[in-house]
Design a binder for this molecule. Structure first.
Ligand code: FES
Length: 196
């Protein structure tokens, strides 16, 4: 096995572990933290917040977690992908998310409360399929000038790497950004305010 194959395998395992952590809640968090977060049965029924340890997500990686029974993408950008965002804007239907209720408008190009992570509802705004992450900058069957982003295989909608919808596709709006906050390496999805 080559060193590159080993690294790839290690990365896949890491993604799996991180995803399981996010989906399951907070099994690996420190004890005081668990004690501070103890949602009631009613809160759980309404879709209690989900905590994700983001410390092991590498640049360019994506992790999918479940919140309110729907997928949420947690994506850590590379510096080059962030700096390339302006170049894709001519392809976008709503680059500034003016058509939707954008919770963190103008904070960062990521559309989140972080300058390097995007937190996106993994639900296509057309008919609800889950778009696939294609970070490669290379010609794709659906776009010969693809610069990375999300492609919905159901009816061909395209979104850039921060979930902004392309012009001329079935999806009417950008992917939604769920409420969230960051406390150190813990991302909480479903709560906007920091818990002290
Ligand atoms: S559900 Fe995504 S394009 Fe139709």
């Amino acid at each position: 096995m080559t060193e590159s194959t080993k690294n790839n395998n290690r990365r896949k395992v890491l993604i799996g572990m991180t995803a399981a952590f996010g989906a399951a809640g907070i099994p690996f968090a420190a004890t005081p933290f668990i004690a501070a977060w103890n949602p009631s049965a009613k809160a759980k029924a309404l879709g209690a917040a989900v905590k994700v340890d983001i410390s092991k997500i590498e640049e360019g990686q994506i992790v999918q977690v479940a919140w309110r029974k729907q997928p949420v993408f947690v994506l850590r950008h590379t510096k080059s992908s962030i700096s390339s965002l302006p170049s894709v804007e001519t392809k976008l239907a709503d680059p500034n998310s003016l058509a939707i209720d954008e919770p963190y408008r103008d904070l960062y190009p990521t559309r989140s409360k972080s300058d390097e992570f995007s937190i996106l509802a993994g639900v296509c705004t057309h008919l609800g399929c889950s778009p696939k992450y294609h970070p490669e900058v290379e010609p794709k069957p659906w776009d010969a000038t693809w610069t990375g982003g999300f492609f919905c295989p159901c009816h061909g909608s395209m979104f850039d790497i921060v979930g902004r919808v392309f012009k001329g596709v079935p999806a009417p709006t950008n992917l939604k950004v769920p409420p969230h906050n960051f406390q150190g390496s813990i991302l909480t999805i479903g709560e906007d305010k920091e818990i002290t």
